[in-house]
Each structure stands twice: as structure tokens, then as C-alpha cells.
Design a protein. Structure first.
Length: 246
């Protein structure tokens, strides 16, 4: 005797009730969105925001059954850490590039001073809303006396190297004081130089406007190129700022 098979289930009987997914964590979503931007060079500080947000979302979801949000929070944490590392490496490389080009500008200004090229070392500052006010600088006559005296003492300048640098002043009126080593034709000497950094519209790196230069010389006296004396003092001694320290 044949058995009668039961009728196939209807569509309504075959449906499995769907369990609604829990809503995704807003904090983890925000942390993940910021973490994606953290490695971008134009967003250097986003990683410092996304990292604590990712840590907070991981802590809040530690006992949650929302697996998607937990994974999102962990991904945000990893991306934030990667972004911080990328930003640190980028910042260091950018800083090295800026200092290298700035050293080149300052070295060119010093070479121009010893070559008695006034316009190349004491550059003019074009009037502009972003241009700093010109700091006192040596005159062309002072530079001529300094260059001639340096040539008589030491001969031609061969090389300039920077030992240390210290900046001061405001953002748009920065003065850079540098300890330098000078290699001349006849001897090597140490010294110092003070520059006013002047922003340039055509370049990222500011120009170096020389405002003071000193060559240390214990035997003949320090050779100093400094700004002109105030107008209240006598002008009959044009070489007064070009002093020789005993």
C-alpha cells in the first residue's frame, strides 16, 4: 500500500522569521570616517581625534553583540595608528626639506656678503599685507668695508656650514640666528649670522635677508657686520658698526 506524501509547505510556512540587525554604533562610524582621513597630508591632526574615538568605541562595545560595530571600531583604531605614523614620517620629511632649502638661501646670502653683493644679501622687502616690516640692516658702505677686510684677512670664502639655528619673532617676522663655520682660502673660522626670513610669493621657502654677520677672530679681533648706528650718534665714522672685538 503506497504512502501518501505530505503536501509541500506553502510560502508562508517556509519563511524563516528575520531577526533585525542592531543599529551600527554611531561612535564607531564617526571614528572610522575620521580614521580614513588621518593619513591624508592635508589633515595632520585628524588622527589625534580618531584614535581616542576608536578607543572609546572599542571600550563601549566590549560586551556588545554587535559584531559589525566592534569590527568597525577595531578598523578605525588600526587606521588611526597608521595615519599617525604616516603623518609623523611626512612631517619629518617636510621639515628636512624646508630646512635644507632654507640653509641654501642663508648660505647664498652669506656668500653674497663676502662677495660684496649688497642687493643679493640685504634684499628689499616689497610692500605687501603679508610682508614683514624691514628690520635694521647694514648699509652698502658697511658691507663694502666688511667684505674688503675679510678678503684681506682670510682670502676668498670657500664654504659655509651651519652648526645650530634658533628662531624668534612672530609668524610673519621671524629672525633666525645661526652659528656657522666658515672655510676661507687661508684659514677656517667660526662665527654667527642673523637673518630676517622674508616670505616669497613665488616660492614656498622664505628668502634670507642678512642683518648681522660675525667672524670670530681671537688674534686680530672679531669682524662684525651690524646694522648702522642710530641717527643720534655721529656719522663721521662709517665703520663704527663694523667693530673688531678684542
Amino acid at each position: 500500500m503506497s504512502q501518501i506524501s505530505p503536501p509541500p509547505p506553502t510560502n508562508q510556512e517556509s519563511r524563516v522569521p528575520l531577526v533585525p540587525k542592531p543599529p551600527r554604533s554611531v561612535l564607531a562610524t564617526i571614528a572610522f570616517g575620521l580614521a580614513i582621513l588621518s593619513p591624508v597630508p592635508c589633515c595632520p591632526f585628524v588622527g589625534f581625534i580618531s584614535t581616542p574615538l576608536a578607543i572609546a568605541s572599542i571600550w563601549r562595545l566590549r560586551s556588545s553583540e554587535d559584531r559589525r560595530s566592534r569590527q568597525l571600531a577595531r578598523a578605525a583604531m588600526i587606521l588611526s595608528l597608521v595615519g599617525l605614523v604616516v603623518q609623523a614620517v611626512t612631517l619629518e620629511a617636510l621639515s628636512d626639506w624646508v630646512m635644507k632649502n632654507l640653509d641654501r638661501n642663508m648660505s647664498a646670502s652669506i656668500r653674497s656678503a663676502f662677495a660684496n653683493e649688497y642687493a643679493a644679501c640685504v634684499i628689499d622687502i616689497a610692500p605687501s599685507p603679508l610682508s614683514p616690516s624691514a628690520r635694521p640692516a647694514p648699509t652698502a658702505e658697511q658691507l663694502k668695508i666688511f667684505a674688503n677686510e675679510a678678503n684681506q684677512r682670510y682670502g676668498e670664502l670657500r664654504d659655509v656650514s651651519f652648526v645650530s639655528q634658533v628662531g624668534d619673532g612672530g609668524m610673519l617676522n621671524v629672525a633666525m640666528t645661526s652659528a656657522i663655520t666658515l672655510r676661507f682660502e687661508r684659514k677656517d673660522a667660526t662665527g654667527s649670522a642673523v637673518f630676517q626670513l622674508v616670505p616669497q610669493s613665488a616660492q614656498w621657502i622664505p628668502a634670507a635677508r642678512l642683518i648681522e654677520l660675525t667672524v670670530d677672530d681671537a688674534k686680530l679681533g672679531d669682524l662684525v657686520l651690524a646694522p648702522a648706528a642710530p641717527a643720534t650718534q655721529s656719522t663721521n665714522q662709517p665703520s663704527k658698526p663694523l667693530s673688531e672685538k678684542p
